[in-house]
Design a protein around this ligand. Structure first.
Ligand SMILES: [Zn+2]
Length: 415
């Protein structure tokens, strides 16, 4: 019997055909036999035999009838959601997420760890492994039921060897040259795949109905840093390893502007990062500006991201002014990016966009207005992501399923 986990490595001709058919059902399901014949060019008898085989081993199911094109209504096929499960993991600078999902990427169980100075790599790996252990127990599953674990995280990464290289601004120590893949696969006893969290988040968002009809989608994930990923002509574009991700945060928007942590002057990051926003608020307070923050914090240095969001949402005058200014610089950077790539859609995600309406509004309006000046007849859609904080972990699970599928438009080959 052929199981999904065997859809990799050297395959017989028949296994290749089963894998191709299954991949097409993942992509197009529910789908009729005549459409599958059209996509594959298989003979009808061959296609029928392979469909029966996939039904027999429980990888696909019949899912009712489709629209008739004259004759009888065709039987539709789709994948069996619970034929296997996947684990999706997201390690970021603010939290670690662990999800158990079925093959439709419905989240069955989740665990979350807030990152701080105590969440060292060893602590985090223990958290992930005990979370997975509890999830399997709760659902009566074993390692055999799990296709694998996908991890989306902060770069720069050595994806080939599964290593987190030297990420900046992690709240705890020890993440340099950390061989995360080998440790996780040993602890979880699962095949583990690694990619940038920004890439996996885009993989997940791109499966959502409003986005998947577009060929060119850019995703900006803004938390402590700014991470950018893109699908061009239906394919995920990957940054160069060991240099980190394609970034928008260090795009220069003011030639003689503020000094940035990267060494250059006038980067988007120097104006619109969470720490830049915080510093600007503190300097406003020091200059005597009235603000609700004074009532909340005797020492403004203790102000955290949640305080800033709350004050912005309450339209505090100082915080509103600072956030608008930060968002303006981020919007100009985003317009520069849009003018190079001209995507159909730009998805804005991450805590800064999700938790601060003012920031999101000013960035998207600034960028959209500048794009309209350049290209009055072509609208770029600016929108928020649909999956929120779970996007990277869901996409990390998606990466695992993709690993077992035949190459098709929205995927890349993972090592
Ligand atoms: Zn910079």
């Amino acid at each position: 019997m052929i199981m999904l986990k065997q859809f990799t490595g050297a395959l017989s001709q028949k296994e290749k055909s089963l894998k191709e058919l299954y991949s097409l059902i993942v992509e197009h399901g529910p789908v009729s036999k005549s459409d599958l014949i059209k996509y594959t060019g298989m003979r009808q008898t061959t296609c029928s035999r392979l469909i029966d085989e996939l039904l027999g081993i429980g990888l696909i199911v019949e899912s009712g009838y489709g629209e008739s094109s004259g004759g009888r209504k065709p039987v539709m096929y789709e994948i069996k959601d619970d034929a296997n499960y996947v684990i999706g993991i997201d390690i970021s600078r603010t939290y670690t997420k662990v999800l158990l999902m079925n093959l439709a990427f419905v989240v069955l169980e989740e665990a979350r760890l807030t990152m701080n100075e105590t969440t060292t790599p060893a602590f985090t790996v223990d958290f992930i492994s005990s979370s997975v252990h509890n999830m399997l127990n709760k659902f009566g599953l074993t390692q055999d039921d799990i296709l694998g674990a996908g991890l989306g995280t902060i770069g720069p990464l050595d994806r080939e060897n599964g290593i987190i290289l030297n990420p900046i601004n992690f709240p705890s120590k020890g993440w340099e040259n950390f061989p995360i893949n080998s440790l996780l696969s040993e602890k979880l006893r699962l095949n583990t795949l690694l990619d940038y969290g920004a890439n996996t988040a885009l993989l997940a968002e791109y499966q959502q109905e409003p986005f998947k009809k577009h060929k060119n989608v850019v995703h900006v994930l803004k938390g402590i840093g700014t991470r950018t990923s893109m699908i061009m002509d239906g394919r995920l574009i990957r940054g160069t390893d060991k240099l980190g991700m394609l970034g928008q945060g260090h795009m220069v928007v003011d030639l003689y502007g503020r000094k940035c942590i990267c060494g250059n002057n006038g980067c988007v990051h120097a104006y619109s990062s969470i720490s830049a926003i915080k510093e600007d608020i503190i300097s406003g307070l020091e200059q005597g500006a009235p603000s609700i923050i004074r009532d909340w914090k005797s020492d403004p240095k203790e102000m955290d991201f949640d305080d800033i969001c709350r004050a912005a949402n309450e339209r505090d005058s100082l915080v509103t002014r600072v956030v608008k200014n930060a968002a303006y610089y981020a919007g100009v950077g985003l317009a520069n990016l849009a003018n190079v790539l001209f995507p159909d859609v730009i998805i804005l995600s991450g805590p800064t966009y999700t938790n601060m309406d003012l920031f999101y509004d000013v960035v998207s309006e600034t960028a959209a207005a500048r794009c309209r000046n350049m290209y009055p007849n072509q609208e770029i859609i600016f929108t928020r992501g649909l999956l929120g904080e779970n996007a990277s972990a869901i996409g990390a699970g998606r990466m695992v399923l993709d690993h077992y599928l035949t190459d098709h438009t929205t995927r890349v080959d993972y090592v």
